[in-house]
Design a protein around this ligand. Structure first.
Ligand SMILES: Cc1ncc(COP(=O)(O)O)c(C=O)c1O
Length: 451
């Protein structure tokens, strides 16, 4: 390695062969999901209407490693291993003694980490003759990733896009259509869950999930795919952290001091962080691991750790997670992918057990960091990812003050080239910080079921 190396790549022959399941190493087991009617732990049969058996088994697996099927690895090879970069120019701009590395998932066909799970999800469904997949999408990244994977394996893809994003990002919709998917504005008139809301309602991920689940449950040849939150989704994302660990070694770093990711439903964060958490639990490294969320949707930092539904209509199993309440409709902040009322049960459990930390940031600070990053590193980060950058910036500036030399690893979950409207609003000074008020928080929390 040269002293000023910037990009740390892995050869195709060094491709990760197994996903990592953190459940095997957690000091205490995470609480099981419950059936919404009986409040008993859900069994495989309860999930069979929505998911293929392989994903159900991964959902409940306690095995430490799950082999990645060759057809999935073959698609991964189109964009993985993704690069790990040392952000030297940004470090210089910040005047920091910290060493900042970012793991860049924007190189995937859909422009974000979401392809890491859309490909295996569609692959497993394709083994069972499934004709169509339904899903929700917030920012549009997940819908794009699923449409792409469906086009590879010959399935139809029908997406309910959160109304606020549908209205503000017509190009995302077009990209989903380019990959062969079809898109509905959520809440739509096509489902009972959608009809419960007035036309033109801005929507939420919770409502869009209800719509997609409702349609899948009514048709035997249709199944549902979720882009975050569930254990199997987090499992698929661990290729990010597994690669990053190997790449850090190539960069001559024995480990990370801080690992940072943005958290909407928790999947890119967990994908990067859980392999580092394994090292931490084994005593091989001791990083602080930090999830960053927006102050307008502060699930981990102000929500309650309770059983709640994953969707608005209450169609999903009850999951023990940090939640703001399934009725919560966040203000339409520009990081659409971070507007979710709940958080992955595994991420929630790890926060509750004190294994990882969480913090919330205002969106203007995040865009400021995003702009600085673009102007130094040349990459326009997705607004979601800019939350991780803003926290890395805080850590780097603290190091500049103290003279410490921490190794900071940041998850850059996607590019923001289709989110330029958000950057335009920021540059024009039109973005408002809109932290959740105590009154709105209490009203939303009151909707959590008493279990
Ligand atoms: C680029 C990007 N990052 C992060 C997220 C948040 O999702 P998760 O927390 O599951 O990674 C999204 C969701 O749409 C996204 O598009």
């Amino acid at each position: 390695m040269s002293a000023d190396q910037v990009m740390f790549t892995l050869d195709e022959s060094e491709q990760v062969t197994h996903w990592y399941n953190v459940v095997a190493d957690l000091p205490t087991p995470p609480p099981p999901p419950l059936h919404p009617g009986t409040h008993e732990p859900v069994g495989p049969d309860d999930l069979a209407a929505l998911f293929p058996i392989e994903l159900i088994l991964q959902e409940v697996s306690t095995e430490r490693y799950v082999e990645i099927p060759e057809p999935v690895r073959e698609v991964y090879r189109q964009y993985r291993p993704s690069p790990l970069y040392r952000a030297r120019r940004w470090e210089q701009k910040l005047g920091t003694s910290a060493r900042i590395y970012f793991k860049y998932e924007g190189v995937s066909p859909a422009g974000s980490h979401k392809t890491n799970t859309s490909v295996p999800q569609v692959y497993y469904n394709s083994l069972h003759g499934v004709r169509r997949l339904t899903t929700e999408t917030g920012a549009g990244q997940w819908g794009t990733a699923l449409a792409y994977a469906c086009s590879l394996f010959g399935l139809e893809c029908e997406v309910w896009q959160v109304g606020a994003s549908y209205d503000s990002k017509p190009q995302r919709r077009t990209l989903i259509e380019v990959f062969g998917g079809s898109v509905h504005r959520s809440p739509s008139r096509l489902t009972e869950s959608g009809k419960a809301f007035p036309e033109g309602h801005p929507g939420s991920l919770g409502i869009a999930i209800s719509e997609a689940v409702e349609v899948a449950a009514q048709d035997e040849t249709t199944k549902y795919a979720l882009g975050s939150v569930l254990n199997h989704v987090l499992l698929h994302q661990t290729v990010i952290g597994e690669e990053a660990l190997r790449q850090l070694t190539k960069a001559g770093e024995p480990g990370a001091d801080v690992v940072i990711g943005c958290a909407g439903g928790g999947s890119n964060f967990a994908g990067l962080a859980f392999p580092f958490l394994r090292e931490k639990l084994a005593g091989a490294q001791s990083p602080r691991i930090l999830a960053v969320e927006p102050t307008s949707c502060p699930t981990l930092t102000r929500g309650e750790y309770r059983y709640d539904f994953g969707d608005t209509a209450g169609l999903t199993p009850l999951m023990k997670m940090y939640t703001l309440g399934h009725d919560f409709v966040p203000s339409p902040i520009h990081a659409g992918g971070l507007r979710y009322h709940g958080m992955a049960p595994l991420v929630s459990h790890a926060v509750h057990e004190g294994l990882i930390e969480a913090t919330a940031l205002h969106q203007n600070e995040c865009f400021e960091a995003g702009l600085e990053f673009a102007r130094t590193q040349g990459i326009v980060a997705a607004p979601e990812s800019s939350h991780a950058l803003a926290q890395a910036r805080r850590e780097a500036l603290a190091a500049a003050e103290s003279g410490a030399e921490p190794v900071i690893v940041v998850g850059l979950s996607g590019h923001g080239l289709l989110e330029l409207g958000a950057y335009e609003a920021f540059l024009a000074g039109r973005l408002e910080d809109d932290p959740l008020s105590d009154a709105d928080l209490s009203a939303a929390l009151a909707g959590i079921p008493q279990i």
